[in-house]
Design a protein around this ligand. Structure first.
Ligand code: 9WN
Length: 483
């Protein structure tokens, strides 16, 4: 399928509304992940948000990362949520009970688990923007890198030690939420060993009130397992070794590992460029170890990387987008070329039933594929961005550009949904999702290859557009209307 360039009108509308969404979700020194479903700061969302905001304001982008770092635990862990004012999000701080953890930060309420280490990838992107602009932006960004380098290194070191104590070269996750892909079929086998005990406190889900159709979200049985693992983390007082000895879910995650490798490479690069000596070699060593771990996990029969269930010692064979982890961390040029062809080919983005040739979370050719359910098939713009970024970085500009253009075409309705039904293009989950708007800004800024150009942020609301050829869609139960 050929996807054409967005028209100047599309570009202006999309940039304006993306900026408007991010402004609406801005709470001063951080951005909520979405206005109603996710009213707090999420860790990997914040990375994407920061790189999108940087196309408009480098100082504000750095503030986003600084706020995230204020939640860092003494272990180096960046928690997956920094809680803002009270809200109806569940699980809330009373459920997380992080006061049992010695390593929690003072004065900031957080969850007790983590999310994928996208942040230094965002930081290097922001630095790139700032250097292109020069002047105070450049000075500010470079000073920020020098000041925060030890904190980023501590974050990566935490993942490389507390979460890989036996040096498998795969980052261990203790909860599906830590992968960012909560209910992905990647986790079906490990979750089949998670059995909520009678001691589990009762719970009422609040997420379902914010979506038009519950089947777009994980099921109640899945939620019970998520909350049971949370209880196990509390019982272990959020100590990783204690949890490892007692918890039910311990998996080596290839996507997190590849991101750690890529981010560690970049941290070493930007550190060395700025004359930082301490930590640069350590960062390179982390990158090498996790790149090796990811490449070792690749199944020669499918060319996809595989997560490792550390409870059973078995690799997990699922056709999920995480299988393209080697694209993100590199290290084997022939494999990268094969993965590029696979990703753009008929099992993935080139699948004949897809509305847009954008990375689906699970291959439509897989028996696990479910087109409307969360991480079991829908297209998540951030995943598409990651793969485009990775292809670009490994010199595959044409392939990267095809994902970028398709990603822009998918977002042209300006709803900035959380995820998209891959066969019809329908918006699913939350609307006005911050990271989706941020991705749009970044993709727009990159529309002249090799020359990132800033987009202009409009401060007034712009209409949502329902592109011709698509059925009208529902927004929180009501019809989408031009505003
Ligand atoms: C749990 C905020 C987050 C994303 C995750 C996505 C979803 C949370 C939830 O929303 O997870 O962390 O309540 O469903 O799966 O990737 O960071 O956007």
């Amino acid at each position: 399928m050929t996807v054409s360039q967005p028209t100047p009108n599309d570009v202006a509308l999309m940039a304006g509304r993306a900026g408007y969404v991010l402004k609406g979700n801005d709470r001063g020194d951080f951005t909520v992940a979405s206005p109603t479903l996710y009213p707090h700061m999420w860790s990997w969302d914040a990375g994407f948000v920061a790189l999108g905001i940087a196309t408009v304001s480098v100082p504000r982008a750095l503030t986003e990362l600084r706020t995230l770092l204020s939640g860092q635990w003494a272990t180096g862990m960046l928690p997956h949520i920094l809680f803002h004012s009270p809200s109806d999000y569940f699980p809330d701080t009373d459920r997380w009970r992080t006061q049992v953890a010695a390593a929690r930060p003072a004065g900031v309420l957080t969850s007790g688990i983590t999310q994928p280490p996208i942040h230094v990838i965002a930081l290097s992107r922001i630095l790139h923007d700032a250097r292109r602009r020069g002047g105070p932006d450049r000075e500010l960004a470079e000073a920020f890198v020098v000041e925060t380098f030890p904190q980023w290194l501590a974050w990566h070191r935490y993942l490389a030690t507390a979460r890989d104590p036996y040096a498998h070269g795969l980052v261990e996750i203790h909860h599906g939420w830590e992968s960012g892909m909560d209910d992905s079929p990647r986790w079906d086998a490990p979750y089949s060993h998670v059995h909520p005990g009678p001691e589990m406190p009762p719970f009422v889900r609040r997420d379902l009130a914010h979506v038009s159709d519950p089947s777009q979200r994980p099921s109640d049985a899945e939620y019970a397992r998520y909350l049971w693992l949370l209880e196990q983390k509390v019982r272990a007082r959020y100590d990783d070794a204690a949890y490892r000895a007692t918890g039910d879910f311990v998996v080596g995650d290839v996507l997190v590992s590849a991101l750690l490798a890529a981010a560690s490479d970049l941290l070493a690069d930007i550190g060395a460029e700025l004359g930082i000596v301490e930590g640069v070699e350590e960062s390179r060593a982390i990158a090498r170890r996790f790149r090796t771990g990811v490449l070792r996990s690749v199944d020669p029969a499918t060319d996809l990387a595989r997560d490792l269930d550390l409870r059973t010692g078995k690799y997990l064979d699922v056709d999920s987008a995480a299988g393209f982890a080697p694209l993100l961390c590199g290290g084997d040029d022939a494999l990268i070329r094969r993965q590029r062809d696979l990703l753009l080919g008929p099992r993935w983005c080139g699948h004949s039933r897809l509305r847009w040739p954008v990375v689906p979370s699970v291959s439509p050719a897989s028996p696990h594929f479910r087109e409307r359910t969360y991480w079991r098939g829908p297209q998540w713009p951030v995943l598409n961005w990651l793969m485009a970024w990775a292809l670009n970085r490994s010199g595959e500009q044409e392939a990267a550009n095809s994902l970028r253009l398709a990603g822009l075409a998918q977002l042209v309705d300006c709803d900035f949904a959380e995820y998209y039904e891959p066969l019809t293009g329908e918006q699913l989950g939350s609307r006005d999702q911050s990271w989706t708007a941020a991705i749009a800004l970044d993709f727009l800024a990159a529309r002249r290859p090799g020359r990132r150009r800033p987009v202009r942020l409009l401060t007034s609301e712009l209409p949502r557009v329902t592109p011709a050829g698509r059925p009208p869609t529902q927004e929180f139960g009501g019809p989408t209307v031009a505003r």
